[in-house]
Design a protein around this ligand. Structure first.
Ligand SMILES: Nc1ncnc2c1ncn2[C@@H]1O[C@H](COP(=O)(O)OP(=O)(O)OP(=O)(O)O)[C@@H](O)[C@H]1O
Length: 256
């Protein structure tokens, strides 16, 4: 199985704050990797370094054979058509229908602008409807996005990203605003696309039980350092909870 992501000694600093501190990470094609850790441990920053949204301070990031740490703007643009990113904020266009929002995901694959539903081909609309069906929102296809609940909007944002046809999906808390049932539906979907479409997924989660239930691999961060990297199968809840152990002031981990 090919390696889709490889980081070596990845460091990202914001002035005095070291958000990511020397992380080595390899992610193989078709894997669903969950990043865990306390708030502020560096999960979102690490995700953003993977597609060049944050320039790295030092170290290497190779994604899809592109050296992101020294990529030029044109290479980063190409990378971002193959890498889907689901943000914590859904960034939907509220006055457009759900279907139109999902279609926006295909803009990188078509030539020229698109204005309104009529400007899309029947094949694109069928594909977008298919994604809405997968996430259980086909009935809301023609509803304005700003009339949906937060959880529904999050699912439309995921469908829009899948419409992009990415090889790699980076998702920052994709189930943060969902109830447990819908969170399970979205995690099921992510696992299914990994299996059926060889999509590679790296996502951050705050829910340990979801991570244990759905991830292939768990990566834990503490104060920007990788403190856990294990196949999810066989990891105990206690081992995962250790990632959340708070740092004692003056501890070696902080001082190092
Ligand atoms: N743009 C930024 N400018 C300055 N500091 C930042 C920036 N982004 C993140 N940080 C800092 O980097 C550290 C890691 O933040 P990050 O958002 O990556 O953590 P996280 O684990 O994703 O947290 P959460 O679970 O709350 O989303 C924090 O101390 C944060 O304040």
């Amino acid at each position: 199985m090919s390696t889709v992501i490889s980081t070596r000694g990845l460091v990202k600093r914001f002035d005095a704050v070291t958000a990511v501190d020397g992380v080595d990470l390899d992610v193989r094609e078709g894997e669903l990797v969950v990043l865990l850790g306390l708030s502020g441990s560096g999960k979102s920053t690490l995700l953003r370094c993977l597609n060049g949204l944050h320039p790295v301070t030092s170290g290497e990031v190779v994604v899809d054979d592109i050296a992101v740490h020294r990529a030029r703007a044109a290479q980063l643009r190409r990378l971002r058509t193959d890498v889907g990113f689901v943000f914590q904020q859904f960034n939907l266009i509220g006055r457009l229908s759900c279907l139109e929002n999902v279609l926006i995901g295909a803009l990188g694959r078509v030539r020229g602008p698109r204005y309104g539903l009529l400007s899309w081909s029947a094949a694109h609309k069928r594909e977008a409807m298919g994604h809405l069906e997968r996430i259980g929102l086909a009935d809301q296809a023609y509803q304005r996005a700003d009339t949906l609940s937060g959880g529904q909007q999050q699912r439309v944002a995921l469908a829009r990203t899948l419409m992009q046809g990415p090889r790699l999906l980076l998702a920052d808390e994709p189930v943060a605003s969902l109830d447990p049932e819908n969170a399970g539906t979205v995690m099921d979907l992510l696992l299914r696309v990994c299996r059926e479409e060889r999509l590679t997924v790296v996502c951050t989660l705050h829910q340990v039980d979801l991570a244990l239930g759905w991830a292939h691999r768990l990566v834990g961060l503490r104060a920007g350092r990788k403190v856990l990297d294990r196949a999810a199968h066989g990891v105990t809840r206690a081992e995962v909870m250790d990632v959340y152990r708070r740092l004692e002031p003056g501890s070696d981990e902080l001082a190092a």
